[in-house]
Design a binder for this molecule. Structure first.
Ligand code: SF4
Ligand code: FES
Length: 290
């Protein structure tokens, strides 16, 4: 039998300080509806117009592009046009040498993170009508530019690999007959958000600490480590091993809780929270009488 009692309908709920300023679901829905309307209005205004984009250009192998510059393109607006659509149009219709990465066009592959109007954004997830013109499109900051909007991602991948981003199980029998390793729904829920990462690099590019410390693991790699460290199936011994990797000089303690990574992540992963939780886990591991 449930021990919870229903509150009388007339009784007012006590004020929760955490909820101050929070909107009721109906108000939230109305606000969401308002945003959709605002977006539709902006799109209607652009119908039949062109969008002005300024795109960063650089190519160390071409004489007149060795000096970085911006090229202007005026792209005919189409309903639902994204930043990626606009650079694809510019490449296909005006300058076939314009270079950038892209693949899925639906926020899955993580290849088209750019610096758009001063913020790291995924090109295929960013509606051009929501941006101030001219729309300035640059490669991700703090990474070496290979050509135009393409940056060298090797360092980002190295940091991801440094946290051993694969499942390890101390109880796995040394036979070929591997068994299914089931995870509880609660544990799955806990790591759910961390598993959404698409390796786009936006978070690392936005992080001041990573910009100043090239060896800092960075938010994406730490989030990847969180996914495994919080997976109950790996066992305590492996969790300790993971925390040792994260506790090193360029690990979790470098994070200064600036939230810039969380703000730009296109998959809404609570990166800063995950990093703080790992700090708490590392402290608990080291306290003898916890
Ligand atoms: S954590 Fe978010 S911003 Fe960082 S690489 Fe993954 S998806 Fe991109
Ligand atoms: S093209 Fe794949 S995430 Fe944008």
């Amino acid at each position: 039998m449930s021990t919870q009692q229903a509150e009388p309908e007339s009784q007012e709920a006590p004020e929760d300080p955490e909820m101050k300023g929070a909107e009721s679901p109906a108000a939230e829905e109305q606000k969401g509806g308002g945003m959709v309307e605002e977006h539709a209005e902006k799109e209607a205004e652009l119908e039949g117009e062109t969008v002005h984009i300024k795109v960063f250009r650089y190519d160390p192998e071409v004489a007149d592009k060795q000096e970085p510059r911006f090229d202007d393109f005026h792209v005919p607006f189409t309903k639902g046009m994204t930043v990626l659509d606009s650079v694809m149009y510019a490449r296909d219709e005006y300058d076939s040498s314009l270079t950038f990465r892209h693949s899925c066009r639906q926020a899955v592959c993580g290849s088209d993170a750019f610096f758009v109007n001063g913020k790291q954004r995924l090109g295929c997830k960013t509606q051009i009508s929501d941006l101030e013109q001219p729309v300035r499109i640059e490669p991700l900051p703090h990474q070496e530019v290979v050509k135009d909007l393409v940056v060298d991602m090797d360092h980002f991948y190295d940091q991801m690999h440094a946290v051993e981003p694969y499942f390890q199980d101390e109880d796995t029998p040394e036979t070929d007959a591997l068994e299914e390793q089931r995870q509880s729904p609660e544990n799955r829920e806990k790591i759910k958000m961390s598993s959404r990462c698409i390796w786009c690099g936006a978070c690392m590019s936005s992080c001041n600490i990573a910009a100043g410390d090239n060896e800092y693991l960075g938010p994406a790699a730490i989030n990847k480590a969180y996914k495994f460290a919080m997976d109950d199936r790996e066992g305590e011994e492996i969790k300790e091993h993971r925390l040792r990797i994260l506790e090193q000089e360029h690990g979790v303690w470098r994070c200064q809780t600036q939230f810039s990574c969380t703000e730009v992540c296109p998959k809404d992963i609570p990166l800063t929270e995950h990093i703080q939780e790992l700090k708490r886990e590392a402290v608990k591991k080291n306290l003898k009488f916890w």
